[in-house]
Write a protein that binds this ligand. Structure first.
Ligand SMILES: O=P(O)(O)O[C@@H]1[C@@H](OP(=O)(O)O)[C@H](OP(=O)(O)O)[C@H](O)[C@H](OP(=O)(O)O)[C@H]1OP(=O)(O)O
Ligand SMILES: Nc1ncnc2c1ncn2[C@@H]1O[C@H](COP(=O)(O)OP(=O)(O)OP(=O)(O)O)[C@@H](O)[C@H]1O
Ligand SMILES: [Zn+2]
Length: 460
């Protein structure tokens, strides 16, 4: 009979982290089956949400959308479909050596309850208020722990790992972008979204990070991006030592660091791995991350996936309405005729072409939201063969094994398309308003909206 995790097993799992929809636990027991693994447990919103990740299977339209991928249509639950999505859709695109789709394991309700109680005090308040462990889950995912090297490491070894959530790394060029929204072709969504997040109080400071730098392929660009992530990590940058968080936060908001003289835990942590003169460890740490990001080539692959969004949400939304057989709310609002107006080239496409546009948009959305984890351990001797790739930091003559993986490759629900459109419009209008207010201030005119003025100050 298949193993089912019970309440007593909760003792062997410890809080690792969480995002908006999953709680992640690391294994601290001795069973070879779980050593080097994490458990990824689905959460459910405390508020009733339109986009709730419930226990239901895929919708009829989603089954058509993902039908060409083996097994997804027949999946009994959304969790099973999501695991197959990682295996069949994302793995081939990102490389199976960088992705672990994991295996599902059965859990009892008592296990979920025990785990939830155990980690409650370690969870950020914002996350506790937002969501709880989904009590209806009967299975959870067991995935490789990407913050450590696979088993076989000695106890005294140290492994440093870095988690980066790069977000969208290119500017859209789609002809379907409204003239009013032309700013989208010049400013990244990440940067514009920062203005909205600040306005809504989600963050207290604008990130210095620019995804275009990270994806630039140039050493200077990547170096600058990593430095900015370090200065304003928000939910885009974290560092772990042997799986314990030593830099950044899990609250999805504004974990902020203002200088290289950060937390002692971080300083102590990097000293265990990087051999350098006092005061130089942070510099070489950032150098190591930069070199490895460049060398791994992971971002080139990721950018290709993100670029599957070829016509932007302002184009894809029209394909969506036809695909789900609903009147196009965007054409209706804009007073456009579906078959002769600005978006007629989309509305008159074949069913298959529209399906492909929507599917590619959603795959790209996964690519714009995933994270990558890169783990490092110092190579003790170049004579010993290692199955891992390595990077040499010339200035300190130190070689590191590294392992790079992608995490959080979740399938985005089809019904989120309308939300994506609305959010996109909101992001642009908030940013445009901010720029207008900024100009008004510079011209000596008092801004229209006091709250906007206050975040312009924070922008600078
Ligand atoms: O829309 P975005 O860019 O804010 O992305 C959301 C993320 O926000 P952030 O990266 O902080 O801006 C958001 O992350 P946080 O909860 O803010 O850490 C989620 O990753 C969300 O995806 P899902 O609902 O969990 O499937 C993400 O939603 P998707 O757009 O990827 O569906
Ligand atoms: N395989 C893994 N190995 C090591 N750490 C992991 C792994 N998977 C997740 N984590 C840690 O747990 C955190 C939450 O996981 P994950 O990003 O999958 O949650 P999520 O709720 O799906 O996120 P999001 O809000 O982006 O949708 C990650 O940020 C990472 O720190
Ligand atoms: Zn339309």
């Amino acid at each position: 009979m298949a193993e089912v995790l019970q309440a007593k097993d909760a003792d062997e799992w410890a809080y690792r982290g969480e995002g908006a929809v999953n709680l992640v636990l690391s294994y601290c027991g001795t069973s070879p089956k779980f050593v080097g693994k994490v458990l990824r447990i689905q959460k459910v919103s405390n508020k009733v949400s339109k986009y709730e990740n419930g226990h239901s299977a895929l919708t009829k339209d989603e089954r058509v959308l993902w039908g060409q991928f083996e097994g997804i249509v027949a999946a009994r639950t959304r969790e099973i479909a999501e695991q197959l999505y990682v295996q069949k859709v994302m793995c081939p695109l990102l490389g199976s050596e960088h992705v672990d789709a994991g295996i599902r394991i059965l859990v009892s309700r008592e296990f979920l309850k025990a785990v939830e109680n155990k980690v409650l005090l370690q969870r950020p308040t914002l996350r506790v208020d937002a969501a709880k462990v989904n009590p209806l889950c009967d299975s959870v995912l067991v995935i490789a722990d990407h913050s450590i090297f696979p088993s076989g490491i000695l106890k005294e070894d140290f492994c440093l790992s870095v988690e980066i959530k790069p977000k969208g790394g290119f500017l859209p060029t789609s002809d379907f972008i409204d003239e009013e929204n032309a700013v989208k072709k010049r400013i990244t969504r990440f940067k514009m979204h920062q203005a909205l997040k600040l306005h809504d109080g989600v963050i207290s400071k604008i990130s210095k990070y620019d995804p275009l730098d990270l994806f630039s392929g140039s050493k200077d660009g990547v170096q600058n991006a990593i430095k900015c992530l370090f200065l304003t990590p928000q939910n885009n940058f974290r560092v772990f030592l042997n799986g314990s968080l030593i830099f950044g936060g899990m609250d999805g908001g504004a974990a902020e660091c203002v200088s290289y003289t950060v937390d002692q835990a971080f300083q102590d942590g990097i000293k265990r791995v990087i051999v350098a003169k006092d005061g130089m460890h942070s510099k070489y740490f950032l150098e190591l991350v930069t070199e490895t990001v460049m060398k791994s080539g992971l971002l080139n692959q990721l950018l290709e996936v993100q670029k599957l969004d070829s016509i932007d949400i302002e184009g894809a939304i029209h394909a969506y309405y036809d695909f789900v057989s609903l009147p196009c709310m965007v054409c209706r609002k804009k007073g456009e005729n579906k078959f002769s107006g600005r978006y007629s080239s989309i509305h008159s496409m074949s069913k298959d072409e529209k399906l492909k546009l929507v599917r590619n948009y959603l795959i790209s959305a996964t690519g714009k939201d995933l994270s990558m984890m890169i783990s490092f351990r110092p190579r003790k001797s170049m004579d010993v063969e290692s199955p891992h790739r390595s990077v040499l930091l010339k200035e300190i003559n130190q070689t590191f094994d590294y392992k790079a993986s992608f995490i959080d490759l979740d399938m985005k629900p089809l019904k989120k398309m309308e939300y994506y459109y609305e959010l996109d419009q909101q992001i642009v209008s908030c940013y445009v308003q901010m720029v207008k207010d900024d100009e008004a201030i510079q011209n000596g005119v008092v801004g229209i909206d006091g709250s906007l003025n206050s975040y312009i100050a924070k922008w600078k």
